[in-house]
Design a protein around this ligand. Structure first.
Ligand code: FE
Ligand code: FE
Ligand code: ZN
Length: 283
């Protein structure tokens, strides 16, 4: 089995997200730890967080996949932006302990002309600073499409980040289907081959979560525009195989497709049916 859910708004707090996920048929979800454009986070209410944890246990949820602000660039060429990003990263990892044992996913960053090697060192040292003794969160590096000067557009770059940190025991990877497709990995014709390569380069034991998105672009476009499941260039048949894939069982699958609530409920029901080898229910 797999866990399925979508990205939810955190504006009404922790428990409200758990209830929203349930109402859409989800058994995991994603949320931004603060305004997705960055900036100050609301103070977390520990009682609200505890109420969510209780709901997760009672309802048998998989792990949650929190998402760092997408503007957070740990390897910016500007020291002030780098510091701002690192401060957010440190603060987020502390606040994640309100909901112990979950995932915190981030985009490795864009090197903006400094080159990939320099960026990998900066990202690794940021991780060394932000991760702390006794933390229960696992930090996930997201596979990127490689647009612009993005780091993480191939598995090798993620491996190098993991190899460059002092202690990688709390590091994993989140595979975004749209991003790897846009980066050139053929998950349509050769899903197992792509996973073999992931295993060879990074190790499948590091694969902790999937962002399940179709893509508006052809393979290798290095763009990153998400489409609804079955409405992009990856296509429904490939997603049937993805959710049935033996090596992906047990993981949380997060939808970041352009949808309203009804659309998410439909996609969750469809993917859940497919993951069981059944046809999608009529809605
Ligand atoms: Fe992302
Ligand atoms: Fe993603
Ligand atoms: Zn994306």
């Amino acid at each position: 089995m797999i866990y399925i859910g979508n990205h939810l708004s955190s504006s009404r707090g922790y428990l409200a997200m758990g209830e929203a996920a349930l109402s859409l048929g989800g058994d995991t979800f994603a949320f931004f730890t603060r305004n997705p454009r960055g900036g100050k986070a609301k103070d977390a209410d520990p009682a609200d967080a505890a109420a969510l944890m209780e709901l997760l246990g009672r309802e048998g949820f998989g792990r949650l996949v929190a998402h760092a602000p997408y503007t957070m660039n740990l390897c910016s060429d500007k020291p002030s932006i780098r510091k701002f990003a690192l401060d957010m990263f440190c603060d987020d990892l502390k606040r994640m302990e309100n909901t112990p044992g979950q995932y915190y996913n981030f985009h490795p960053g864009s090197h903006v002309g400094q080159g990939t090697d320099a960026a990998i060192d900066i990202i690794a040292s940021a991780l060394d600073t932000a991760m702390f003794e006794g933390m229960t969160t696992t930090v996930l590096l997201e596979t990127m499409s490689g647009k612009g000067s993005e780091v993480g557009g191939n598995f090798g770059e993620l491996r190098r980040i993991i190899d460059s940190v002092k202690d990688s025991s709390h590091l994993g990877v989140c595979l975004d289907t749209c991003h790897v497709w846009d980066a050139g990995y053929d998950i349509v014709e050769d899903l197992e081959g792509v996973l073999d390569e992931f295993d060879r380069v990074i190790g499948l034991d590091r694969l902790k979560a999937v962002h399940i998105n179709d893509s508006m672009n052809v393979r290798g476009a290095a763009k990153d525009r998400h489409a609804k499941i079955g409405e992009g260039h990856i296509g429904g048949e490939a997603f049937r195989r993805i959710v049935r894939c033996e090596r992906l069982q047990g993981l949380p699958f997060i939808l970041e497709t352009p949808n309203d609530d009804a659309g998410y409920a439909r996609e969750i029901a469809m993917l859940r049916a497919w993951s069981r080898g059944e046809e999608a229910p009529e809605v």
